[in-house]
Design a protein around this ligand. Structure first.
Ligand code: GDP
Ligand code: MG
Length: 175
């Protein structure tokens, strides 16, 4: 990339889910291919971008981070405004973060556009020995709610790009 390529579309994607599930690390992995071992909760950075090509179109993905406001109902409707996609993240080693996913879906239904594409993400899939959420439970919930689903590891990068490309392709398909 010479930085002068023509952008065909800018897609806003929000990342939501409980605190410490790995939202910021997933975003860094996708945007910069970085993982920061001792990340502090994010303050300030609103979004990161990565430009990708989908079906010959240059898509600038603008991925928004909650910046430490992930307390239930503390994320304001401004955060969701204009979002075409949402990555709803839980931690496969923390059952409670999965139990809260239904509330996050309610938040999206209340504040985001009806046509928003939602992907449920079970992160920290590298921590196999600590798994507390069976894949089948998440898959069943996702199918029930009409969400896409993937398990990822921001630590080793597994499925992160694949999940983002999937949601961007789906957005491309629906816009
Ligand atoms: P956020 O609050 O949802 O933004 O979570 P962070 O991205 O700040 O991550 C919270 C903690 O989980 C940090 O200590 C990360 O290093 C760790 N973490 C994030 N993603 C992964 C992952 O895929 N695997 C493992 N083992 N740890 C992760
Ligand atoms: Mg964060």
């Amino acid at each position: 990339s010479n930085g002068h390529e023509k952008i065909d579309h800018v897609y806003k994607v929000v990342v939501i889910g409980d605190s410490a599930v790995g939202k910021t690390q997933i975003l860094s992995r996708f945007a910069k291919n970085e993982f920061c071992l001792d990340s502090k909760s994010t303050i300030g950075v609103e979004f990161q971008t990565r430009t990708v090509t989908i079906k010959g179109k240059v898509i600038k993905a603008q991925i928004w981070d909650t910046a430490g406001q992930e307390r239930y109902r503390a994320v304001t409707s401004a955060y969701y405004r204009g979002a075409l996609g949402a990555m709803l993240v839980y931690d496969i080693t923390k059952r409670q973060t999965f139990d809260h996913v239904a509330r996050w879906v309610e938040e999206l239904r209340a504040h985001a556009d009806n046509s928003i594409v939602i992907m449920l993400i079970g992160n920290k899939a590298d921590l196999v020995d600590l798994r507390a959420v069976p894949t089948e439970d998440a898959l069943e919930f996702a199918e029930d709610q009409g969400l896409f689903f993937s398990e990822t590891s921001a630590l080793n990068g597994d499925n992160v790009d694949t999940a983002f490309f999937k949601i961007l392709e789906e957005i491309y398909g629906v816009v």
